[in-house]
Design a protein around this ligand. Structure first.
Ligand code: SF4
Length: 344
């Protein structure tokens, strides 16, 4: 039996591929008496999300909003302080669930820095063969796997297999990183700013390759980026994060066509667009996000929100279904106490 055959679907299309519930990650800051941590950076707070089979879930937000921490929690490069994860029906890392190694067989990640992600002393073939061999694939099959992976990412195996990372361009290195992520035939790939460091023309080629690979291999993506245009191009659904919380989540057409949260509207208004229909009248967001060590009470966006009222400081708005999308804002909840709350 091929120990590295693609993992079979278990729960059918309606069962989420990955379900994370109540994830929390606070980073302690040493500095108290005897180096004890007295304060924490609240990087991710009680975040719940699901990733459907075959979709691309885009994750956007300013830098420092917790996007990359979410990515690392989903693949367990970071251990959550709280929360649970379920992969296609199997709880992760619980007494009767799957191990973190099994999770990583199914979920792989591609980082932004293509050079730092590769071992400079290994050839591309050695890098790509490493994980399959560690999982028991015989050497001759691992060699075939390397050739196949390089072809899949548009690199000629005869020219690239024996090269070292420093002999490749940034775009070629990122193709190798994507090939490595595919080496164990995962079902979900988390792309964390994976094309952000590339030239625009190379970025477009890599994005198109990602679209093709997704179709060919039946993959699911979580695509994290600060580039709203790229997220729009690639995503089926979009999740907007602010200071460790989800503020809006929904289909890409709804988020970009009719954004409901003031933060989403401000983010979108700040992006350059040649299309006048896509320009919003919202003022671009002002200032920097507040310190995540001591986030504002109630709604975390209230210190930058032009619509903030007393209720926003007192009560935290929860993510609520508003039709096409879910939004965490008192203005979208009938009877919330906000003067602009929608009618029931
Ligand atoms: Fe603005 Fe209040 Fe809505 Fe937060 S809850 S986004 S402060 S109106």
């Amino acid at each position: 039996m091929d120990t590295l055959a693609p993992v079979a679907d278990r729960g059918g299309p309606a069962q989420p591929l990955l379900l994370a519930t109540g994830l929390r990650k606070h980073f302690p800051i040493p500095g108290g008496l005897f180096g004890r941590a007295t304060r924490v950076v609240r990087a991710v707070d009680d975040l719940t999300l699901s990733v459907a089979k075959g979709e691309t879930l885009g994750v956007v937000g300013e830098s420092g909003c917790g996007k990359s921490t979410v990515a690392r929690l989903l693949i367990r490069l970071l251990q959550p302080d709280r929360g649970t994860m379920v992969l296609d029906g199997d709880p992760v890392d619980e007494p009767h669930g799957i191990t973190v190694n099994e999770l990583r067989r199914n979920v792989q990640m591609v980082f932004q820095d293509s050079y730092a992600s590769l071992n400079p002393r290994l050839t591309i073939a050695e890098t790509l063969a490493f994980a399959p061999k560690a999982h028991g694939l015989p050497a001759n099959e691992a060699r075939d796997r390397v050739r196949d992976l390089l072809s899949k990412v548009g690199l000629d195996p005869a020219s690239y297999a024996d090269r070292y990372p420093h002999e490749l361009s940034g775009g070629q290195r990122q193709r190798v990183n994507i090939a490595r992520a595919l080496a164990l035939r995962p079902r979900l790939i988390i792309l964390d700013e994976a094309v952000s460091a590339l030239d625009k023309s190379v970025e477009a080629q890599v994005l198109n390759m990602l679209v093709d690979l997704k179709k060919e291999l039946g993959l699911t993506y979580v695509f994290i980026s600060h580039d709203l245009n790229v997220v729009q191009y690639l995503s089926d659904r979009v999740l907007v994060m602010y200071l460790g919380k989800i503020v809006e989540l929904g289909p890409v057409e709804a988020i970009y066509g009719d954004p409901q949260h003031p933060y989403t509207r401000a983010l979108l208004s700040a992006r350059p667009s040649m299309d006048p229909r896509r320009r919003t009248k919202e003022a671009p967001i002002q200032g920097d996000p507040p310190n995540p060590i001591n986030p504002p009470s109630g709604c975390r966006f209230r210190t930058r929100c032009p619509y903030a009222e007393d209720i926003c400081a007192k009560v935290e708005p929860l993510l609520a279904d508003t039709g096409a999308q879910s939004v965490a804002c008192h203005m979208r909840v009938p009877g919330s106490g906000h003067s602009k709350a929608v009618a029931a």
